[in-house]
Design a protein around this ligand. Structure first.
Ligand code: NAD
Length: 509
């Protein structure tokens, strides 16, 4: 299928595709994969053509009828075996994550474990697919609703969680009886490909799980193909909106999760040391490349702000930045040189806009890793809502502190922002916390919890321009997203009694 002879590049070092149970070698438009800690090109990844994507869709379509009719308990058995294989290969997967994404090894393990938790959830699919039944909706008439798989569904995923975000999608989609095509980020494709291949080892029939690597050409091929019933997307808001508008216009079911600018409010009565600890991890963990990262801290009152900023400055002096493979480091590099330049430019912009850069990470050099994409942590104080560094998603180790004089003003800022992914409040006041949780216009809310990422049996999603679509990722919403309700009403005539024709609308009058 679309295999091409390698030209100048060693084909063993090109990440290809996984279609119909086979690894497909391909050297079409190979793009470099870089280890962000060293700046070295480690491998290349093929960019699928429309023809390659079409082959993957054909394989998924062919596999659908048998998989759809496989009892959910048997599908669950594949998931149990898949989970065991994931755990067996955990260290290899985590190493792939760190070498291509750059995140520190412990953080990579955290990502991996949160992904496996979705597999746990998918193991319960017989229970999750139980329908709804009503006996005697009319005389001798019973009715039930069941949830049928859609067919071929696809997932398009971002660079920042190369293993976890694909696992937000395909375990539940496949457990529901669909067949799947994953298009991972071209920046770190090795871990998702490795994970997908384990599904075959777990006993999944060929064609049920497929991976096509690529870029816009592959994405547009998925969006334009009538055989694809639904697409889950996670990435930036600009592309999420494009996927949603194009996909829905083409008659597909779409959930498209976008970018974020997550605010944490620190109230004057908060346990400030705990809040600062929480902010350190939430703002600078994974180099700020998390859609749930806290990138704005709104301090209520100048005293609160002075204390928070002072303590953050102290803590940031000791933050260790370096190769993610060294477990003693707190923060690794940014994903690519281009992203490094973009984040650094934002820091320059913030300075030009008049915010106070109280911790400047721009001149960091990591010994022995001079070509890595390392930016030290940056902290801005006195950020104003009109500034670009406040309005736009930076997606790097840059925390903006905004000073306000009341909880109402802090909440107004959050409500006025275009994004509504996550938020949190630090306080000891239950009434303030309850008011916040009840009223704030954000999809995922923490109370003294900085990264309120829902566990696998809840669902994940933001409000406003952080999500296009109605249903959240994973958890109960994903079972609804990957299935179609069918309601069946049944009567068996008893005793050979013939019904008379009825011309009025059926009712229990
Ligand atoms: P991205 O939007 O650049 O890429 C995401 C996916 O879309 C990739 O697979 C990519 O190949 C594809 N893509 C890129 N450009 C495209 C185009 N022009 N047409 C079609 N497809 C295209 O995002 P990224 O840089 O990989 O990831 C970071 C972004 O993802 C951030 O904005 C972050 O907030 C967001 N994100 C959101 C969530 C969430 O749950 N809301 C989770 C993780 C990441």
């Amino acid at each position: 299928m679309n295999a091409r002879p390698a030209r100048n590049l060693d084909s063993a070092n090109i990440v290809g595709h996984f279609i119909d149970g086979n690894e497909i070698a391909d050297d079409n438009r190979p793009q470099p994969i870089t280890n962000p800690a060293t700046g070295e090109v480690t491998r290349h990844v093929a960019m699928a053509t429309q023809e390659t994507v079409s082959n993957a869709i054909a394989a998924a379509e062919a596999a659908f009828p048998a998989w759809r009719n496989t009892p959910p308990a048997k599908r669950a058995k594949v998931m149990f075996r898949f989970k065991a294989l994931l755990e067996k290969h955990a260290d290899e997967i985590v190493a792939l994550l760190t070498n291509e994404h750059g995140k520190v090894i412990d953080d990579a393990m955290g990502e991996f474990i949160r992904g496996v938790e979705i597999v746990d959830y998918a193991c319960g699919i017989p229970e999750l697919l139980k329908g709804e039944y009503s006996k005697n909706v009319g005389p001798g008439i019973d009715s039930w609703s069941e949830f049928q798989p859609l067919g071929v569904v696809a997932g398009i995923t971002p660079f920042n969680f190369p293993a976890m975000v694909p696992m937000w999608m395909f375990p539940v989609a496949i457990a529901c009886g669909n067949t799947f095509i994953l298009k991972p980020s071209e920046k770190d494709p090795s871990a998702p490909l490795f994970v997908a291949k384990l599904m075959k080892e777990a006993g999944l029939p060929d064609g049920v799980m497929n991976v096509v690597n690529g870029d816009k050409e592959a994405v547009d091929a998925l969006l334009g193909d009538v055989r694809v019933q639904a697409i889950s997307f996670v990435g930036s808001t600009r592309i999420a909106e494009y996927i949603y508008t194009t996909g829905t216009k083409n008659g597909k079911r779409i959930q498209a999760l976008g970018g974020a600018k997550n605010h944490a409010i620190v109230m004057p009565d908060a346990d400030i040391d705990n809040a600062v600890n929480a902010l350190m991890g939430a703002a600078y963990g994974s180099c700020g490349e998390r859609c749930m990262a806290i990138s704005v801290t709104v301090c209520v009152g100048d005293d609160t702000a002075d204390t928070v900023v002072g303590k953050l400055q102290d803590r940031l002096r000791d933050l260790k930045v370096g190769n993610g493979n060294d477990a003693s480091n707190d923060m690794g590099p940014l994903i690519t040189k281009a992203h490094f330049d973009k984040v650094k430019d934002y820091v320059d912009i913030g300075v030009a806009e008049g915010a106070d850069l109280v911790v400047d990470g721009r001149d960091l050099s990591v010994e022995g890793h001079e070509n890595g994409f390392f930016l030290g942590p940056c902290l801005f104080d006195n950020v104003m809502p009109g500034m670009r560094i406040y309005k736009e998603e930076i997606f790097g180790p840059v925390l903006c502190v905004v000073r306000v004089d009341s909880q109402e003003r802090a909440m107004q800022l959050i409500d006025d922002h275009e994004y509504g992914n996550g938020t949190c409040i630090f306080t000891r006041d239950g009434e303030a916390a309850r008011y916040f949780a009840d009223n704030i216009k954000v999809g995922m809310v923490g109370i003294n919890v900085p990264l309120p990422v829902p566990v696998a049996y809840h669902s994940f999603g933001g409000w406003k321009r952080s999500l296009f679509g109605d249903l959240y990722a994973y958890g109960p919403d994903s079972v609804r997203f990957y299935t179609r309700r069918k309601t069946i009403t049944q009567r068996w005539s008893s005793g050979g009694v013939r019904e008379q024709a009825q011309f009025s609308f059926p009712s229990n009058r």
